[in-house]
Design a protein. Structure first.
Length: 94
């Protein structure tokens, strides 16, 4: 479970998913997510599925450590998503 937890944290960091964003997606409070990510609680299936929804990553990589984190198509999606986030941020600031 420790290895999955490390991969979850890595994916969240790479794709800029905060504990708050994850807790909103799961539908739980931030404290519960913090405790899961710090190893006090076991990772819940809902949390793992939310990470897969929020981060364009390989489920095989996340769950089993097999293959690459991102496929080329997922990398392209992540780049487009990041650029859209930057544009939205600029538009919101105006």
């Amino acid at each position: 479970m420790e290895e999955i937890l490390s991969r979850v944290k890595l994916a969240m960091k790479k794709h800029h998913v905060t504990h708050q964003i994850l807790s909103d997606k799961v539908g739980t409070n931030k404290s519960s997510i913090n405790k899961q990510l710090n190893g006090y609680y076991k990772l819940e299936l809902a949390t793992i599925l939310a990470v897969l929804d929020l981060c364009p990553i390989s489920a095989d990589w996340l769950l089993r450590g097999v293959g690459e984190m991102n496929t080329p198509q997922q990398e392209q999606f992540a780049t487009i998503n990041s650029k859209l986030d930057q544009i939205l941020s600029i538009v919101r600031d105006k």
